[in-house]
Design a protein. Structure first.
Length: 119
């Protein structure tokens, strides 16, 4: 199989994987699979670039490459936004939990220090 067909198959497979982003525990395996497929696709893309591959938008297969890549980028952006949102929520929850355990940790007091101006 030539590298163009392999790249097309990997891109289509990645596009299908990104169709539905799972929540919770399933997302860890999803992200591992996503990383694995992105690595495979990157390796094939590197092989294509080594061969001097150039995109020709008039070629049907190359037009499919462009459309798939655009869709993959959009869906990856959505996944990134969801992960960032969850990380922000998690950090906020950790901060609130810390504040609940020790509510006075952020208060700066000069307790126990007296300044005597009398001589």
């Amino acid at each position: 199989m030539d590298h163009e067909q392999q790249f097309l198959q990997l891109s289509a497979k990645l596009f299908q994987l990104l169709e539905k982003v799972p929540k919770g525990e399933e997302r860890d395996t999803f992200l591992q699979e996503l990383d694995r497929q992105l690595d495979q696709r990157g390796k094939v893309l590197a092989l294509l670039q080594d061969e001097g591959f150039k995109i020709n938008p008039e070629n049907k297969v190359h037009a499919i490459f462009i459309e798939l890549d655009r869709g993959i980028r959009e869906r990856l952006e959505t996944v990134m936004q969801e992960v960032k949102s969850d990380m922000k929520t998690l950090q906020t929850a950790k901060k609130k939990e810390k504040q609940y355990i020790n509510p006075y940790s952020s208060v700066r007091v000069m307790d126990g220090k007296y300044y005597d101006k009398k001589k």
